[in-house]
Design a protein around this ligand. Structure first.
Ligand SMILES: Cc1cc2nc3c(=O)[nH]c(=O)nc-3n(C[C@H](O)[C@H](O)[C@H](O)COP(=O)(O)O)c2cc1C
Length: 333
C-alpha cells in the first residue's frame, strides 16, 4: 500500500527509446507535429530530438505515431512504456510487435496485407491523425460517419447516445480555450518544477490515486503540455469535431456502448479516406461548473453527458506504416 501511495505521483516510468537516423531524416518535422505529448524538440530544418520535461524523463506514450508519419522511415522505437509498481502499474507483456493477424512467423505486415479482409486492413492502418489539411469535410461524409455510429450494438439496443457536430471553428476554439483553463492548471501543478519531485504533491496525488486512478494517470499530463505548447489547439485544427454524449440512464454500461459506437465512426471515417483522433482531454473540464455556460450553449442537459469526441479531417501527408503495439496477456483455457 505504501508503494502504491508513493507511486501515485510521477511514478517510476521506463520509456521506449526513440532513435532518429540523421541520414534518413528529411527534417520535415512531421513527427514533432504528430506526437501527442510534445515529445520532440524541433526547429525548422533540424533533426528532431526526443525530449522529456517536468519529471518525465522522456515524453513518450509509445503510440508509435512518429514512426507511422515519418516519410523516410528514419525513426525506430525499441522497448516499452512501463510503470513497474503502484496504482498506475502497466500490466502488459512488454513485447512490442507489428500486427500478426495470420500468426507469428507470417509477415512482416506489409507482405501479408493482401491476404487480409478490408475490415482488417482498416483496423491495422488506422492511426490517430493530428495533422489535418485546411479543407472542410463534406456534410455527406459526416452523415455517413454518424450513421455508422447509429448502427453500433448496444445493451438491450438502448442506443444511449447523442451527437453534436461542430464545424464552426470559432466554436471549437472557444471550447478549447475554456477547457484549457482547467487543463493548464492541473498540468502546471502536476509537472515537477526544476526536475524536483515534491513530497507534498506525492502525498496528495498518491492519496487521490486511490479514488481517481483513471483520472490522474500521469500520461495525459503530457498531452496537456502538448495542447498548451501549441496554442491550446486540443483539436489540432481539425475542420470537424463530433462530440459523443451518453445517456446516463442507459442500460448496464452506457460508457461501453458509447465507445463501441465511436469506434464504428472512427473506422468508417478511415475507410472514407478521412483521419480521426479521439479527443477526451476536454471532457472533464466540460463537466465542471466552469463550463456550465458552454454546456448550455451546446444544449447538453441531463441525463446526457459528453464521453469523448473525435477530431475529423483530411490527413495532411501520408501515414505510411503500421506501428508496433505492446501485447496484453492472453490466457487460453
Ligand atoms: C478514449 C480515448 C481518448 C483519447 N484522447 C486523446 C486526446 O485527448 N488527445 C490526443 O491527442 N489523443 C487522444 N487519444 C488518442 C490516443 O493517444 C491514441 O489512440 C493512442 O496513443 C494510440 O495511438 P493510435 O490511435 O495512433 O493507434 C485518445 C484515445 C482514446 C481511445
Amino acid at each position: 500500500m505504501f508503494e502504491s501511495l508513493k507511486q501515485g505521483y510521477l511514478p517510476r516510468m521506463y520509456f521506449p527509446t526513440r532513435t532518429i537516423d540523421p541520414d534518413k531524416c528529411t527534417r520535415c518535422g512531421r513527427c514533432f507535429h504528430a506526437c501527442p505529448t510534445y515529445g520532440y524538440r524541433w526547429e525548422k530544418g533540424s533533426v528532431p530530438v526526443p525530449v522529456g520535461y517536468g519529471g518525465f524523463e522522456q515524453a513518450c506514450l509509445n503510440c508509435g505515431n512518429c514512426t507511422a508519419v515519418c516519410p523516410s522511415g528514419a525513426i525506430t522505437m525499441t522497448g516499452s512504456f512501463v510503470i513497474p509498481s503502484g496504482r498506475y502499474r502497466t500490466m502488459l507483456e512488454e513485447k512490442m510487435d507489428e500486427p500478426h493477424p495470420l500468426g507469428y512467423g507470417k509477415g512482416p505486415y506489409e507482405e501479408i496485407e493482401d491476404e487480409l479482409t478490408d475490415v482488417e486492413r482498416v483496423i491495422y492502418r488506422r492511426r490517430s491523425v493530428r495533422l489535418f489539411k485546411d479543407k472542410p469535410v463534406p456534410k455527406e461524409l459526416l452523415v455517413r460517419i454518424l450513421e455508422a455510429g447509429r448502427f453500433a450494438p448496444s445493451a438491450g439496443n438502448c442506443q444511449p447516445y447523442r451527437f453534436i457536430v461542430l464545424t464552426d471553428q470559432r466554436l471549437i476554439h472557444e471550447f478549447e480555450r475554456k477547457a484549457m483553463i482547467a487543463l493548464r492548471l492541473l498540468k502546471n501543478f502536476y509537472l515537477a518544477k526544476n526536475g524536483k519531485r515534491s513530497r507534498i504533491k506525492a502525498a496528495l496525488f498518491g492519496f487521490m490515486s486511490w479514488f481517481m486512478v483513471n483520472k490522474l494517470d500521469p500520461r495525459p499530463i503530457t498531452a496537456m503540455e502538448k495542447a498548451d505548447k501549441t496554442n491550446g489547439r486540443i483539436y489540432y485544427n481539425a475542420p470537424a469535431v463530433i462530440l459523443i454524449l451518453k445517456n446516463r440512464h442507459g442500460i448496464s454500461n452506457p460508457d461501453l456502448d458509447t465507445g463501441i459506437c465511436t469506434q464504428n465512426m472512427v473506422l468508417t471515417a478511415h475507410s472514407l479516406g478521412l483521419g480521426t483522433c479521439y479527443i477526451s482531454l476536454p471532457m472533464e473540464p466540460l463537466s465542471m461548473p466552469l463550463m456550465a455556460g458552454f454546456r448550455k450553449k451546446l444544449g447538453i442537459t441531463s441525463p446526457f453527458e459528453a464521453v469523448t469526441s473525435i477530431a475529423i479531417g483530411y490527413p495532411k501527408g501520408k501515414i505510411d506504416r503500421p506501428v508496433k503495439r505492446d501485447t496484453p496477456r492472453v490466457d487460453w483455457m
